[in-house]
Structure formats: structure tokens, C-alpha cells
Write a protein that binds this ligand. Structure first.
Ligand SMILES: Nc1nc2c(c(=O)[nH]1)N[C@H]1C(S)=C(S)[C@@H](COP(=O)(O)O)O[C@H]1N2
Ligand SMILES: [Mo]
Length: 267
């Protein structure tokens, strides 16, 4: 005679089996989803900043080097972007007198790396190349040496990230034997306005290569397609419409330093 307890046991083991099946099925689905996600991550391989994984790796290593070399703490105060002037005032149009073909603009980069002797190389970058770099936004009080100031909002990439990704000025992951260029020279395409920047200011975390103002592409008057923003300096250093950037060993020519202003133009 079959006992009740035998039937009960059967029922329990059936339930158990069902539960195990559901569990393993769920496990399988989760696993498959995870694998899919992993494949997607490998193939697309972009993260929150929209960077590809190899680029991210280069940045991580290099950021560490930069952090060791420069622990820059003199940050300019930042503001909510709602406080930024909707139409910031314009000042200075030296080197902007003639119009340029913004579509075909290219950034001329000259890298005089001092690693293993003098090693000169140059390259041309498009605005899209610059836009591939991690994006940063900054709202700060822009100060002109003539005595006015105004809160403005800028979008672009950190100058240090630009240097890190392209291995410019000696800023790479070679570590100790690394020699940094001491200055950066920036010029408008016609050479009419030119700025020299010491390396510490170039690597300052708030120094940006900007292509946006108030979330929109820069206007020609504000320096389209690409300008510099140096919040730790007076406005004279924030060159509009950059055509050429060179990494150099000596203090380069500087438009306003040649006219009696301090080269460093610190605030
Ligand atoms: N090419 C170029 N960049 C320039 C100048 C200039 O005359 N030509 N003037 C500088 C000065 S003195 C200031 S205060 C800021 C003003 O920037 P804005 O016109 O976007 O406000 O740009 C700086 N960059
Ligand atoms: Mo200025």
C-alpha cells in the first residue's frame, strides 16, 4: 500500500524540481544578458564620458602622472550655469579681423617633445578630433585686465586631456624620465594674436579648449571654432580662434607681454 507520506514526498520533489528549473532558467537568462552586455561593452566600449576603452586606459594612466606632477589647488570659484550671462560682452578682435572658413579649419599642432633628445613632430586636427575628447563645462567669473568681469559658461575639453590623449609636450606615461615642455605657444591662424602660456597654467584643471558658449557653438566674435579659456589668468591669455599650438622649451612670444603686460597675467 502506498502511504500518504510517499505521495507527499513525490509532490515535494516535483515542486523542488520545478523551482530548480525556474532558478536555472533565470540564471541562464541573467547570464546570457550579462554576456550580451559584456559583448556590447567590448564592441561599443564607450563609458559615461563617451570614451572608447583604449582611450580611457591611456587617460587613466596619464591622469595619474599628471596628478603626481601637478596637484593644482588654486581653483577659480564656479557658479551655477543659470548665473552665466546670456550674451557675454565682447572684447578684442586682434587676429579675427578677416573671416575664416570654419568648416575647413584645422588645428596645427607642433610637438617639441624633449624625451630622448629634441623630437619635433606636427599634426593637424579637425574640430571633430577635439570633440572626441572628454567634454567639460565650466561657469566662472571671466576677468579682463581692463577692469570688468562677468560670469560666463563654456564647454570644451580640458587642455590637459588634449595633451594627455595626443601625448603632447612630453606628458605621457613614461614616468620619471619624462621632461615636460615648459611653455605652450598659441596663435590665431593669421598670427595676428599670440599667447604664451606656462605649462602649469596649461595643465591647470580649469584650463579649457572651448568650442561652446552657453551650450551652443562659439560665435565667430567669441573665437569660433576653438578658443582657450584660462580661468586662473586675466582674459588676455584666453586666445580666441586658435590656429596653431606649439609645445616649446622657452618663453614664447606673447602679444600683450610685448606691450608691457606681465607674461603670467595671474589674478
Ligand atoms: N584672438 C584674440 N583673442 C583674444 C583677444 C583678441 O583681441 N584677439 N582679446 C583677449 C581679451 S583682452 C579678452 S578680455 C578676451 C575677451 O573674450 P570675449 O570677447 O569672448 O569676451 O579675449 C581675449 N582673447
Ligand atoms: Mo581683456
Amino acid at each position: 500500500m502506498k502511504s500518504d507520506s510517499e505521495d507527499e514526498l513525490k509532490d515535494i520533489s516535483k515542486q523542488e524540481m520545478r523551482r530548480t528549473t525556474i532558478k536555472s532558467l533565470a540564471g541562464f537568462i541573467l547570464g546570457a544578458l550579462g554576456l550580451l552586455g559584456g559583448i556590447k561593452w567590448l564592441v561599443a566600449g564607450t563609458d559615461a564620458e563617451g570614451l572608447s576603452r583604449p582611450l580611457r586606459k591611456v587617460l587613466e594612466t596619464n591622469r595619474k602622472v599628471a596628478t603626481i606632477f601637478f596637484s593644482n589647488k588654486n581653483l577659480a570659484p564656479v557658479f551655477p550655469k543659470e548665473q552665466a550671462a546670456p550674451e557675454p560682452r565682447l572684447n578684442g578682435n586682434i587676429g579675427l579681423e578677416r573671416s575664416i572658413d570654419v568648416e575647413n579649419w584645422m588645428l596645427n599642432v607642433q610637438n617639441n617633445s624633449l624625451i630622448h633628445g629634441i623630437n619635433k613632430s606636427s599634426m593637424k586636427l579637425t574640430l571633430d578630433d577635439i570633440k572626441q575628447l572628454p567634454k567639460t563645462e565650466l561657469t566662472f567669473e571671466f576677468k579682463c585686465i581692463e577692469g570688468w568681469s562677468e560670469i560666463s559658461n563654456w564647454g570644451g575639453t580640458k587642455f590637459s586631456d588634449f595633451m594627455l590623449v595626443y601625448g603632447l609636450g612630453g606628458l605621457t606615461d613614461h614616468g620619471q624620465d619624462n621632461l615636460l615642455a615648459e611653455h605652450v605657444s598659441l596663435e590665431t591662424p593669421d598670427g595676428g594674436y599670440y599667447v604664451g602660456l606656462d605649462m602649469e597654467s596649461a595643465l591647470h584643471p580649469q584650463t579649457l579648449l572651448c568650442y561652446e558658449m552657453n551650450g551652443k557653438p562659439l560665435s565667430s566674435e567669441h573665437g569660433a571654432p576653438l578658443r582657450l579659456i584660462v580661468p586662473c589668468k586675466y582674459g588676455i591669455k584666453s586666445i580666441k580662434r586658435i590656429g596653431k599650438i606649439a609645445f616649446v622649451g622657452n618663453q614664447p612670444a606673447d602679444y600683450w607681454a610685448e606691450r608691457g603686460y606681465d607674461y603670467y597675467a595671474g589674478l
